[in-house]
Design a binder for this molecule. Structure first.
Ligand code: FMN
Length: 155
């Protein structure tokens, strides 16, 4: 049963970025989606041990950068190491969204959100944010679809 949810239900792949004071960070997330039309709310589920989790709580803002097909390298870069130990932005080009969250130059699209609610959902916390900025940067590209085995093997 567990495998149906984690392996067969399609989601996109995002880099969640954050700026808190002079610190920036980002992490890969597959568990993100729009959850309201008016107001426009987007939610992302982040486990408390992630460095990004604390930084978003500190900042009150986060940005979802959508990856397109063929950007697995970026998903790997941001998804397997912690910003506590490495600078994941080293050598990458980015600019600032409205409230300063990094927007990756190579992202297909982005939405910057202001945190409106944080709901504990099992072993993750769901950050619910209102969209305050965003754009589709590469409209001709196709979004990456998350497949468990592409990142975590077959077991
Ligand atoms: C494809 C992929 C999807 C992921 N999705 C999530 C997610 O939705 N939520 C989450 O908390 N972690 C997710 N992770 C794990 C984090 O990206 C990973 O733990 C990251 O190293 C945390 O970085 P940080 O400590 O700098 O915040 C995912 C990893 C990969 C490779």
């Amino acid at each position: 049963m567990q495998e149906i949810i984690t392996r067969a239900v399609p989601t996109g792949v995002w880099i969640v970025t954050v700026r808190a004071g002079d610190k920036i960070n980002g992490m890969t997330a597959a568990w993100a989606t729009q959850v309201s039309f008016k107001p426009r709310l987007v939610a992302v589920s982040i486990a408390p041990p992630r460095y990004t989790h604390g930084l978003i709580k500190e900042s009150g803002y986060y940005c979802l950068n959508l990856l397109s097909e063929g950007q697995k390298d970026l998903a790997n870069l941001f998804g397997f190491k912690s910003g506590r130990k490495v600078d994941k932005f080293k050598g990458l080009k980015y600019r600032n969204a409205l409230k300063g969250s990094p927007v990756l130059e190579d992202a297909m699209a982005y939405v910057e959100c202001e945190v409106k609610d944080i709901v504990t959902t099992g072993d993750h916390d769901l950050f619910v944010g209102e969209v305050i900025d965003g754009d589709i940067l590469k409209p001709d590209e196709t979004p990456m679809i998350f497949r468990w085995e592409d990142f975590f093997g077959k077991k």
